[in-house]
Design a protein around this ligand. Structure first.
Ligand code: ADE
Length: 419
């Protein structure tokens, strides 16, 4: 078996982490148990480009249990858990091509290796596999029956491809499933972003002015966690409805150029480019900290900062780079502007990835069942998958809910009753 990982000797520790995560993934465990029996993915070659974490390892085990021939590469150069990669190779015989800290060339070489596996199903977190297949591998594009996308940024890219008529195979927007974004993006990103910032800096959040760029699900989650820890949170937005929502949720809302003067800590969660630019950095306070929790490292204009700075980057602590500006103020950038929750912490906790990855596994089964019959477009996850995942998650949390009475069902379906 071919693979490219940091060190196979790390596997013992990786296995412990995979098993620890598994304990908190009851829905995915059930999917795996059924897949073992029914083998819905039998003989299907599957390439996945995901963050190589303990939670992803449990998804890979599930897909393999379903009969898929799985290969895994990293969806970000800084997020790979090398011990998990080692255990996937040694204990689960799953080929992994991912090394934490890999350079640009290695990152793309790993993606190419995953494509050269000749998958019929692909899975992405950020659409790097799909875009590379589209640009360089027409013969692979012709055989892919469907592809799952895990994250907001990836779905934005895929919708742009579909709009331009460039998309060559069906894709499933797993990110857009409620069982994914409502929980993973809000509670997962909320908690893991706080976790990453604290692990990188050890700062106290209480009393800090925290500027949150973007009030989508991820921004909402992070803002509410920071408020819970005693920060004064300021939101910046470009969407008037989201800005209103933030204001009515009780946050201060202002343009970045104003927020820049007030913030002690800045975090971007927008999915867009150059949200924090030199004109903002120039007015920041001495000691301001800037982090990004969006998928790509484009949200902070680091080239602009480099041109502006008279000194730096100087690594003053692991994953903390100091830049000194002409006005002598110091600015700290975390994890080179890469997504802080996976670069400095361990990503979202298993309990929330349980729902995202159960949805991923079931969407994969759906693609396999509809082999060749799906239209070439961006599909939503079927609602019965979402229903099943949410009911099972509730059950695993020992939470019961009410059922509609017959009278209530009738009331809801009629327009004549009880007005
Ligand atoms: N994205 C965010 N957190 C993650 C995790 N723990 N595993 C895989 N992908 C993630």
């Amino acid at each position: 078996m071919k693979y490219d990982i940091k060190n196979i000797q790390l596997a013992d520790n990786g296995r412990v982490r995979i098993e620890w995560a598994e304990r908190d993934m009851p829905v995915l465990r059930q999917v795996r148990a059924r897949f073992e029996q029914e083998k819905p993915l039998a003989g299907k070659k599957l390439s996945a480009c995901l963050h190589v974490t303990a939670e992803t390892a449990n998804l890979m085990r599930t897909l393999k249990a379903g009969g898929a021939e799985v290969v895994l590469c990293a969806s970000n150069p800084l997020s790979t858990q090398d011990d998990v990669a080692a255990s996937l190779v040694r204990d689960y015989q799953i080929p992994v091509f991912a090394i934490n800290g890999e350079d640009h060339a290695t990152y793309y070489a790993h993606i190419r290796t995953a494509i050269e596996h000749h998958p019929v199903i692909t899975m992405d977190d950020g659409a790097d596999l799909v875009s590379n297949i589209h640009s360089d591998y027409p013969e692979v594009a012709a055989q892919v029956i469907g592809s799952m996308e895990e994250t907001t940024t990836g779905v934005i890219r895929l919708r742009a491809m579909a709009k331009d008529g460039a998309l060559k195979f069906p894709v499933i927007a797993v990110n857009d499933a409620t069982t994914k974004n409502l929980f993973d993006n809000r509670y997962g990103t909320g908690q893991s972003t706080v976790d990453g910032i604290i692990r990188a800096t050890d700062i106290l959040l209480a009393g800090k002015n925290v500027v949150v760029a973007g009030y989508g699900w991820c921004g909402r989650g992070f803002a509410s966690r920071c408020r819970g820890m005693g920060s004064n949170v300021i939101i910046t937005e470009v969407d008037p409805i989201r800005a209103l929502e933030a204001a009515m949720d009780g946050f201060r809302v202002m343009p970045m150029i104003e927020a820049a003067k007030e913030g002690d800590l800045f975090c971007t969660l927008t999915g867009d480019i150059h949200v924090i630019r030199p004109e903002h950095m120039q007015v920041m306070k001495d000691g301001a900290i800037i982090a990004n929790s969006g998928h790509f490292n484009v949200e902070i204009d680091l080239e602009g900062l480099q041109k502006l700075a008279v000194k730096g980057p100087t690594e003053v602590r692991r994953l903390v780079d100091e830049y000194i500006l002409p006005n002598s103020r110091r600015i700290y950038v975390l994890a080179e502007g890469r997504l802080i929750n996976l670069a400095a912490a361990e990503g979202h906790p298993a309990s929330v990835m349980d729902m995202s990855f159960a949805t991923q596994a079931l969407a994969t089964e759906w693609v396999a069942k509809n082999n060749g019959n799906l239209a070439v477009k961006v599909h939503n996850v079927p609602s019965d998958i979402e229903d099943w995942v949410s009911k099972l998650k509730l059950k695993s949390m020992k939470i019961e809910i009410d059922e509609l009475t017959e009278e209530q069902k009738e009331y809801l379906s009629s327009w004549e009753m009880g007005t």
